[in-house]
Design a protein around this ligand. Structure first.
Ligand SMILES: C[S@@+](CC[C@H](N)C(=O)[O-])C[C@H]1O[C@@H](n2cnc3c(N)ncnc32)[C@H](O)[C@@H]1O
Length: 200
């Protein structure tokens, strides 16, 4: 499958999930672990990317805290049109597109059920793409599922050991533990990560 075709197929799949309201991942609020993390950030001008942003409650939270440089990217057109309307006039760049085709430079990437939405065959590419999108000492922070699911994904689960091997060549681990502030249904099943881009 070519890139264009893959984009169309992936976009169609996720778009239909939004159009049919089959959005079981959606928290209807900013993810509590991400909120806590955002509260620790001092630089309100940091360039922040939220890939696979969905309804982007975290972006609303960032705005409410005075952050000025936020980029959202998602592959689902209906959702992105809604977000463009919602964030009109706000310091938020809303992009309809494929994360893997995106070019830009960021200080921070926030991860909330985007990694687990991707086919596991794309995980190495996710690490490499994130690395290339980040400035020196840039970070990925957020949550990853730390369990394997019996049902075919998405969401696709994983283990800490797998993620260690995957991210270690490109990132240093500043935080990498079972998340203590997950929402109740995910409690114990998420790892909170703060990974810093290694030099090189
Ligand atoms: C499980 S949802 C999570 C949405 C949001 N992060 C949340 O937690 O509510 C995964 C999101 O990733 C988007 N997505 C999937 N593949 C993508 C890709 N290659 N590039 C950009 N967005 C993608 C989907 O459209 C969907 O909005």
């Amino acid at each position: 499958m070519g890139n264009e075709e893959l984009l169309n197929e992936t976009g169609k799949y996720w778009n239909s999930r939004y159009e049919e309201n089959r959005t079981g991942w959606d928290l209807s609020q900013a993810s509590p672990p991400l909120k806590n993390y955002i509260d620790t950030l001092a630089n309100k001008n940091a360039a922040i990317l939220i890939p696979g942003c969905g309804n982007a409650y975290e972006a609303e939270y960032l705005l409410s805290k005075g952050f000025t440089n936020i980029t959202l990217i998602d592959i689902a057109p209906t959702l992105v049109n809604k977000l463009k309307e919602q964030f009109k006039g706000k310091p938020i760049n809303v992009i309809l597109g494929n994360f893997f085709e995106h070019n830009g430079k960021y200080d921070l990437m926030l991860e909330q059920t985007f990694f687990c939405a991707l086919d596991p065959s794309l995980r190495k590419k996710y690490v490499e793409k994130s690395y290339s999108l980040l400035n020196a000492n840039g970070k990925i922070a957020g949550v990853l599922f730390g369990v394997l699911f019996e049902k075919e994904g998405p969401p696709f689960g994983g283990t800490k050991e797998e993620y260690e091997l995957l991210f270690k060549p490109k990132f240093s681990f500043l935080q990498f533990d079972v998340c203590k502030t997950s929402i109740a249904p995910r409690m114990g099943n998420e790892l909170f990560i703060e990974f810093e881009k290694k030099p090189g």
